[in-house]
Design a protein around this ligand. Structure first.
Ligand code: ATR
Length: 262
């Protein structure tokens, strides 16, 4: 029986097993998908298990999307461009890193018909998923991208790859149309120490987090009269692409799929 898993730390919040096991069953594929809480030092052992085909595919989440890279044999062009891997698979005995977060975010915005052309975007957070959000926005024609991160140097590091973005100091909020929380803040009911009152209203607030379904970031934004969206559809679309890479099947995304994640 094939075995898949998602690695991360924390990992409790992950709904990947629920979604993948649902699709595996629907498509009558004999396999199991689990979640694994991992420490950085356990990465080599995980890679060894992939080499031995004890594990057939892995999803990577916070905080390993970048730190997993040196352990892989090669990267897809998207993973290379973003220095970020969320999906690992094997091809002819090589362990390959892919990035399906980019298309996940693109399709999530298309799903709600949000057009980013001529819009100003602000991304909060310069962690593992941020380069994917930037690349997706650029692919969709957004030319005005601002990035802010508590640790300024990490935002500067991302600017080395995407040199036309603007870095804002933490707490300096520029004019924007869409703001995206790409930090891990909110996974544990915690708060960003940013004054959301400075953000104005009639804006679009997007949170990459999908569990909890409404972070404090989105709750407060909604109370101030903004449009909000969580990361559920991004999560589904990135999983959809991972599933296709591993199983060569594109499962259905229907009401039932969306419902099981609520
Ligand atoms: P990594 O930081 O190892 O890339 P990540 O989980 O992908 O891991 O990224 C976490 C993101 O959430 C980072 O942008 C982090 O900011 P720092 O770079 O300053 O650490 C952000 N983050 C985590 N906790 C935060 C907090 N309490 N306030 C603001 N940002 C926070």
């Amino acid at each position: 029986m094939k075995k898949f898993c998602v690695i991360g730390n924390p990992i409790d919040h992950s709904l990947s097993p629920k979604l993948h096991n649902f699709w595996l069953k629907k498509n009558k594929i004999e396999a199991i998908y689990e979640k694994k809480l991992l420490e950085e030092k356990e990465i080599p052992k995980l890679i060894e298990s992939i080499r031995k085909s004890e594990i057939n595919g892995v999803n990577v989440t916070v905080p390993f999307k970048n730190s997993i890279i040196p352990f892989l044999d090669s990267l897809s062009s998207e993973a290379k461009k973003t220095n970020s891997v969320n999906t690992i698979c094997t091809e002819e005995d090589k362990i390959i890193g892919h990035n399906t977060d980019i298309v996940g975010f693109e399709l999530a915005l298309r799903y709600i018909n949000y057009d980013v052309k001529r819009k100003k975007a602000l991304i909060i957070g310069a962690g593992g998923v941020s380069p994917s959000i930037i690349l997706a926005l650029k692919n969709m024609g957004c030319e005005n991208i601002h990035l802010t991160n508590r640790t300024y140097e990490k935002a500067e590091k991302i600017k080395e790859t995407f040199n036309d973005i603007t870095i804002q100091k933490w707490g300096d909020i520029p004019e924007f149309d869409i703001v995206i929380n790409a930090t891990s803040v909110g996974l544990n009911k915690d708060n960003l120490d940013l004054d959301l009152n400075k953000f104005g209203n009639n804006k679009f607030f997007y949170d990459v987090i999908y569990n909890p379904g409404e972070t404090n970031f989105l709750k407060e934004a909604k109370l101030s009269g903004n449009k909000t969206e969580n990361g559920r559809m991004m999560f589904i679309y990135q999983a959809h692409q991972s599933f296709a890479l591993w199983n060569k099947v594109l499962p259905k995304i229907d009401e039932e799929t969306i419902e099981i994640l609520k």
